[in-house]
Design a protein around this ligand. Structure first.
Ligand SMILES: Nc1ncnc2c1ncn2[C@@H]1O[C@H](COP(=O)(O)OP(=O)(O)OP(=O)(O)O)[C@@H](O)[C@H]1O
Length: 576
């Protein structure tokens, strides 16, 4: 065992991607399981099937890898038939709750934590909140022949459970009896603990972004890591929960999933609860019959009926009233509903649900504003859309895509582009409003660029257009200056670290140059110096020297970064 453990450590030191680390770890752990089976009383009557690594910090899936026993080569993050290879929400909750290995007897529906003294859970706890209660998770295990499953927590250095490793075996002879998991539990946990720092820290292997389309036109490094999971989630019938900040692109992602599902030929319906008053939510969802309430002049189908055979995306779910929550829960559990004013009989709903939220739903549960049973019912396949600030590599790509789209709306042929400086400025800004805010700025900058455009030839969006568009963003709700500075400082530190000491602290003085350069560009020379409290420099005709000194610091920084260029040279030239 020690040999196997040190071989794992050596192997992990040499890998660069999460997928490789996960495959290596699973291979070793499956060997341990196999040895245990062959020396147990189930030798010859049990098969070790597969293992899975599943990262889920903050309660949303981040990465997923599975390895079939006997598969020698590293396999894709999610195999083609991956639809069946999801872990169970119940298993995940048990690992988070007990923070130790847990054995699951799928046929009996029991789960047993390995730690001494931890209480044993039976059917009741398993059926709590949407896991095995809906039979989906259990069916998933049964569907892939797993009778006995061991789940082990992946713990971060602070002790938080940020993922899990699960191992599956087929051993009908052991139904209701102790399987090998408990006996080898400590060893398996040791492998898990050794691998945890690598699994939790390594980036995902970049994937070919074949999935790119108008709903997900840009896939940077972070989104590339999520794509394998999204691809699997898209094909499920179970409810998908998409969380993320406002404007991050949740509804487009929901549409992307619909387009990749078996239901793509059906309707994609959106019900945004922000736009529906509480008293009308039930009616909007389920529809109504003429006379069901004052003002109901004729029959009306609701969102569920419109989405029949397709997908219903319900956005801002936390805005749902408690009454409508009860209605939705019934719908999700029974797959049936009754339009308002319909006397008897329920309609069947053949709909896949995708739920969107930018609120922290568990907080709403704790505050008593959201039903716990509904929370578990919608939290089956959770995914978090990262904010734009967590996928900054995408900013210039999105900007180019948005400019192109905007231009085509106005002029079907012809070209529009951003200058390097314009892209750099967008990349350096922060985006609390995410893609929606970026889209707004790009549109504004495009309009500004069109003002000076003669009407023919390429439209070029320059840095000054972007700067001007950004200047309108000083509205409340924008990021405070101190925070923006913190983000910039952090970027500087990270870059310095990456370059191993070649980025001198004095180069951070470039900030003054950026401030002055951008101010002159936006406000004009005199007004800029006045706004920044240096009017006297203009009066004494010292302003040119001051401007030159400061923008040279910008040039020095860009040179050190290897980017080159002199973004404010034109300001100096016009003074000469
Ligand atoms: N694929 C895309 N193509 C073009 N623009 C996009 C795309 N995705 C997002 N955007 C821009 O971002 C805006 C917000 O996108 P979306 O509505 O999907 O976000 P959301 O996370 O659902 O927002 P909210 O939580 O506020 O409902 C869009 O209106 C559009 O301006």
């Amino acid at each position: 065992m020690h040999e196997s453990l040190s071989a794992l450590v050596t192997g992990l030191r040499g890998v660069e991607h999460f997928e490789a680390a996960a495959t290596l770890t699973l291979r070793r752990m499956l060997e341990v399981a196999e040895e245990a089976v062959s020396s147990s009383l189930y030798a010859g009557r049990a098969r070790v099937l597969r293992g899975m690594v599943h990262l889920r910090p903050g309660d949303a899936y981040r990465r997923l890898v599975s390895l079939e026993r006997g598969a020698e080569r590293a396999q894709p993050a999610v195999p083609e038939e991956g639809a069946a290879l999801l872990t169970s929400a119940t298993a995940w909750r048990s690992v988070v709750r007990y923070r130790c290995a847990v054995s699951i007897d799928v046929n009996l529906g029991t789960l047993e934590p390995h730690a001494e003294g931890a209480e044993v859970e039976g059917d009741v706890a398993l059926s709590e909140g949407g896991g095995f209660s809906s039979n989906d998770s259990r069916q998933r295990f049964l569907g892939r022949q797993a009778s006995h499953v061991c789940v082990l927590p992946l713990r971060a250095p602070g002790g938080e459970v940020e993922g899990m490793i699960s191992l599956e075996a087929d051993c009908p002879a052991a139904v209701g009896r102790e399987f090998v998991w408990r006996e080898r539990g400590e060893a398996l946990q040791l492998f898990t603990d050794v691998a945890a720092p690598y699994l939790l820290a390594l980036p995902s292997r970049p994937v070919a972004a074949a999935e790119v389309d108008e709903f997900l036109p840009v896939v940077g490094a972070t989104m590339a890591g999520l794509l394998p999971i999204l691809r699997v989630f898209a094909q499920q019938e179970e409810t998908l929960l998409v969380s993320g900040a406002t404007g991050a692109g949740k509804s487009r992602l929901a549409r992307w999933c619909h387009e990749r599902s078996e239901r793509r030929r059906g309707a994609f319906e959106v019900l945004d609860l922000v736009t529906v008053p509480e008293e009308l939510q039930m009616a909007e969802l389920f529809g109504w019959k003429k006379g069901a309430f004052t003002g109901a002049m004729r029959d009306n189908v609701g969102s569920v009926a419109r989405a029949e055979g397709g997908t219903l995306f319900i956005d801002e779910i936390d805005k749902l009233s408690l009454k409508a929550q009860a209605g939705l829960l019934h719908l999700l559990e029974e797959r049936s509903y009754r339009p308002l004013g319909e006397g008897t009989g329920e309609k069947r709903a053949d709909v896949r649900f995708i739920i969107g939220t930018n609120a922290e739903l568990l907080g709403a549960v704790r505050a008593g504003r959201f039903r716990e049973d509904l929370y578990y019912r919608v939290n089956v396949l959770p995914i978090r859309m990262p904010p734009l600030d967590e996928r900054r590599d995408e900013i210039p790509l999105w900007a180019r895509y948005m400019v192109g789209r905007r231009h085509r709306e106005r002029v079907p042929s012809g070209l529009a582009r951003l200058t390097e400086g314009a892209e750099r400025l967008l990349s350096g800004s922060s985006w609390p409003g995410n893609l929606r805010q970026l889209d707004n700025i790009v549109r504004r900058a495009y309009t500004l660029a069109m003002v000076g455009h003669g009407g023919s030839g390429e439209v070029v969006m320059e840095e000054r257009h972007v700067a001007q568009a950004l200047s309108y963003e000083g509205a409340p709700g924008g990021r405070p200056l101190s925070e923006a500075l913190r983000v910039a400082a952090l970027a500087f530190v990270q870059e310095a670290q990456r370059r191993g000491g070649s980025l001198d602290l004095d180069l951070a003085d470039a900030f003054r140059g950026f401030v002055l350069g951008l101010a002159v560009r936006q406000l004009g020379r005199d007004e800029a110096f006045r706004a920044l409290g240096r009017e006297s420099l203009v009066r004494n005709r010292n302003h040119h020297k001051a401007l030159k000194r400061e923008v040279e610091k910008v040039d020095a920084l860009l040179k050190a970064l290897g980017e080159g260029g002199a973004p404010f040279a034109d300001l100096l030239a016009s003074e000469e």
